[in-house]
Ligand binder design. Structure first.
Ligand SMILES: CC(C)(COP(=O)(O)OP(=O)(O)OC[C@H]1O[C@@H](n2cnc3c(N)ncnc32)[C@H](O)[C@@H]1OP(=O)(O)O)[C@@H](O)C(=O)NCCC(=O)NCCS
Length: 178
């Protein structure tokens, strides 16, 4: 397990899946904001690609996030789009509603940076988030991510186009502070 100050990032267990599906994706607004695809109901018996792990997929490393204090499941985190030529990857995370606003998100980003830069030897990490996702923007910037641009009206979310913000962090910037 990878450990931060408050959270641990471990493998996905089968018993995590129904909890994560209900808490993160059953709600239409949460689901629509978290994903770049249209929300649709997923039957419990289906192998939901968002949550079932295919260990042969080299470019995607999914974690379940637990609270270190009680070993309770609190969300998901992943490095995706891992590019071993350009040595870059994208950062993604989502916490259960009850776990938000307690500093866990910032800690998850910190652990993913350690995994990306130290364990994987990557050179650049990138985050895309909706421009009104203030908690995500702040969690990224607290970890040194820099706003690199706005993708104007790039996301169709619940009946309107919203801006996405692109943030990046380079290994040398991160290492200078660690
Ligand atoms: C985005 C998310 C991961 C952030 O994690 P979090 O644990 O809620 O955030 P934190 O408690 O670490 O807070 C990070 C910073 O944002 C601030 N913040 C938290 N919620 C906020 C809100 N609703 N509005 C404005 N600022 C907020 C915190 O005060 C903190 O700032 P500080 O370090 O200056 O005190 C989490 O809220 C979440 O899972 N949201 C739904 C899914 C999602 O949006 N995923 C990201 C998709 S790119």
């Amino acid at each position: 397990m990878l450990k931060g100050e408050k959270v641990g990032l471990r493998a996905r267990y089968d018993e995590d899946i129904p909890i994560l599906r209900t808490e993160l994706y059953d709600d239409v607004v949460n689901g629509s904001r978290a994903e770049s695809r249209p929300w649709r109901p997923i039957s419990p018996s289906s192998k939901d690609r968002r949550l079932f792990v295919d260990d042969s997929e080299e470019g995607h490393v999914p974690f379940s996030v637990v609270e270190l204090a009680g070993d309770t499941l609190i969300g998901i985190a992943n490095l995706w789009g891992i590019d071993t030529h350009h040595r870059s990857a994208h950062v993604g995370l989502g916490l259960l509603p009850s776990a938000r606003g307690k500093g866990y998100g910032s800690d998850v980003v910190a652990v993913l940076c350690h995994y990306g830069f130290v364990v994987r030897g990557l050179h650049r990490l990138q985050i895309e988030t909706l421009a009104d996702n203030f908690a995500m923007l702040r969690a990224a910037e607290r970890n040194g991510f820099v706003r690199e641009g706005v993708l104007r009206k790039s996301a169709w979310v619940m009946g309107e186009f919203l801006d996405d913000v692109l943030l990046g962090l380079l290994a040398e910037e991160w290492k200078a502070t660690h």
